[in-house]
Ligand binder design. Structure first.
Ligand code: YNC
Ligand code: MG
Length: 406
């Protein structure tokens, strides 16, 4: 019945109209309207700002998420965000320590364990022709022993308050569960890289008319990439990639708007010594030294919850990509774009295999439906819902549109 969500500035499920609605904020407030203090927690619990530049505090966030963050419906896998990818997601340009919000259990005087977390980073988002700054909220997590006690709404109200204190009134978030009311819904697709392992852990079934050898052969990939001029992105590519990205994203109704700092951060992941690589980005440079295309993917491991031999699943997630082929005016040649994206993603799969990934995930958004089938992605069970907080928008087609499914 959405007792909490009913009270929040989000669209209701029954707000349907035949005509397009006027897009924009649902409510307007000023910083003076915002409480200066957080809501008081019940006795024994305390708000904390987590300092992610401190290895010890970073480890606490890592361990909370590692034990208690998102699982699939059958509880076979749980996300295992490593500290490198947590830093990358949570310390993006404009990050603030007070947006890394924790709750400690102080009943245990000595240990004071971290038992809940929520975070945000600021981003500029474009919805059709409007750009606005929003809090991108992620990593909402409550310890399993404190579930169903209405702590989640308290965390959500607190990250909202802290966003509002910075004059930010909109939020962006995604989730596997249905809440009022998704602006878009996408489906997950998976492309096996290490089919044998995926089969052994119960992720991939053996089709009744197939054999393991046939499946392995089906998903085999060449050793070498095929596109001339493909190379890893470097710092010097940032201005060109930034321009290409923002031009290409105009193809879509909703997208982030990155400046050069954000482009560098999200595609090149500033790394300290010995830190693991979280994101891979490749560009295509033509004979005139122009950047004509790029693709990127990032790594989130999952813990395989109950398997005697396999403990970790190495998953690549397709991130952003762009190609001049999608920008030819006055109208885009769909067949040429389809051909180009298939070449790019085929090379992305080869790079992922070389880096020991087991599976490559992509959503039914952006131009992904142009290559999913040909690159042997198969639909998964999961959906991902996209939400806007305090912003009314007409629905955005994505995976929801059945015509987009292969
Ligand atoms: C969820 N994922 O509906 P109602 S995604 C939002 N996002 O409220 P309780 C959620 N709301 O229905 P529990 C939610 N999950 O009564 C549940 N809710 O109105 C709502 N899981 O609270 C739910 N991480 O504390 C209900 O539930 C109310 O103890 C129930 O805690 C929930 O990060 C949770 O899936 C998710 O750790 C913390 O189950 C817990 O079950 C858990 O009794 C595993 O809460 C990890 C997990 C969620 C991943 C994510 C995005 C979060 C977005 C939050 C919304 C942000 C809004 C924008 C704010 C900024 C605005 C500005 C400016
Ligand atoms: Mg709770």
């Amino acid at each position: 019945s959405y007792k909490f969500w009913k009270t929040q500035p989000v669209p209701k499920f029954d707000e349907i109209s035949d005509k397009p609605i006027q897009e924009g904020p649902l409510e307007t407030k000023t910083v003076e309207d915002v409480p200066k203090e957080p809501q008081k927690l019940i006795d024994g619990f305390e708000w904390v700002d987590m300092d992610l530049t401190d290895d010890g505090e970073m480890k606490e966030v890592y361990q909370l998420l590692n034990g208690h963050y998102v699982e699939d419906d059958e509880a076979m896998f749980r996300f295992n965000y490593g500290t490198a990818i947590l830093k990358w997601s949570l310390m993006a340009p404009g990050w603030k320590k007070e947006w890394h919000v924790g709750i400690r259990d102080c009943r245990l005087k000595e240990r004071r364990p971290l038992v809940a977390f929520i975070s945000a980073v600021p981003m500029t988002i474009r919805v059709r022709n409007n750009n606005f700054v929003a809090s991108e909220v992620n990593f909402l997590c409550v310890h399993k022993k404190l579930r169903n006690k209405r702590l989640a709404p308290i965390l959500i109200k607190e990250i909202t308050r802290r966003s509002n204190l910075h004059g930010i009134w909109q939020g962006v978030y995604t989730g596997g569960i249905v809440l009022p009311k998704p602006v878009s819904t996408c489906r997950y697709f998976h492309r096996s890289i290490n089919w044998k392992k995926l089969y052994e852990i119960g992720f991939s079934p053996l089709p009744s008319n197939s054999k393991p050898e046939w499946q392995i052969r089906k998903y085999a990939l060449p050793e070498r990439t095929s596109i001339q001029g493909l190379r890893e992105m470097q710092k010097k590519d940032v201005p060109a990639v930034n321009k290409l990205m923002n031009r290409y994203q105009k193809r879509f109704d909703m997208s982030p708007e990155w400046n050069e700092d954000e482009t560098a951060h999200w595609l090149l992941q500033p790394r300290s010594d010995g830190e693991e690589q979280a994101v891979w980005t490749f560009v295509v440079e033509d004979e005139h030294k122009n950047i004509t295309d790029f693709f990127s993917f990032y790594n989130v491991q999952s813990t395989i919850i109950n398997h005697p031999r396999h403990k970790i699943l190495n998953v690549a997630y397709l991130f952003y990509y762009a190609s001049e082929t999608g920008l030819t005016s006055p109208s885009v040649d769909k067949a040429a774009l389809k051909d180009r994206l298939n070449k790019l993603v085929s090379d992305a799969l080869i790079v992922a295999k070389r880096n020991n990934f087991d599976v490559f995930n992509a959503l039914s958004l952006a131009d992904n439906t142009l290559f999913l089938e040909q690159q042997k992605f198969g639909p998964g069970d999961g959906s991902l819902h996209y939400y806007l907080f305090n912003y009314r928008a007409n629905p955005i087609a994505g995976g929801v549109d059945k015509r987009n499914l292969p």
